[in-house]
Design a protein around this ligand. Sequence first.
Ligand code: NAP
Length: 273
Amino acid sequence: MSISAHTKLTAVIGNPIGHSLSPLLHNDIYAREEVDAVMLAFQNPNIAELVAAIRSLPIHLTAITLPHKESVIPLLDEVDAKALAIGSVNTVVNTNGKLKGYNTDVVGIAVALKDAALKGKSVLIFGAGGAARAVAYHMKESGAKIHSYDRTLKKAQLLCEKFGGTALEAAALNGMQFDVIVNASPVGLHPNTDATPVPKEMIRKGGVVFDLVYNPLETRLMREAREVGAQVISGLTMLVEQALEQERLWLGREIGNAPYYVLLERELNKQHK
Ligand code: NAP
């Protein structure tokens, strides 16, 4: 579809934003779904300036990334209850100048974990930032027993105060195993691909390992989980599913299946050549 005076602007905003896959993914969705829109990336450390731009241009759908997922909240007209409970907004829909915030990461997490049994299972959430809170929200809803670890103990304790569970110090992790391990930290992210959040011995055969990191496509944690015989879930599933949900919220209709995973896998492979 060619760009015209009718083409609507959508955006991903953050700081930095140079490595975002969102423009590639959302513009592919627009092409396949015949949506007359274009997504561009805007980098700015000042969230108030970005929100002013959303209102004035206007930007119809905005994907929010680090470091603005929390600081955007007080600048919006309305925030969805789930996003408020998580304390993180990754999506803003602009309806005739009224800005409403949502959290679609939690939808991506739910789809990624749809085949994993969670009720009554012991779960380790490694990292206690914004993404971890969305994981914890889903785990609480699913009746899992949450264990939280972060190198900043206070953050793990705050997460457990909010969603229930046990905050663990590094020493307490020694020798423990969990039914489900979720890496919600940047450990293992490119270029630090030799790093892994937990020792291989902590992974249970037949357990579930979900790595939110999707760059590289197979992290050391995922490789070791496969070797042990655990079910492995990639952060790429979450990335695609949370983006599809963003478009559903804006467009108010279903978005069909398409090879979006292949598109992103190809792009990530290209970046590493
Ligand atoms: P965040 O808010 O910065 O949180 C990261 C947390 O991990 C922080 O609490 C940080 O602690 C902790 N951490 C960092 N290094 C650690 C280490 N070595 N040991 C223990 N804890 C450590 O980031 P986020 O938004 O939650 O994102 C977390 C990860 O998820 C990132 O890798 C991001 O790329 C990924 N993610 C993926 C998706 C997806 O769609 N697949 C979506 C969102 C996020 P400190 O505060 O002490 O640094």
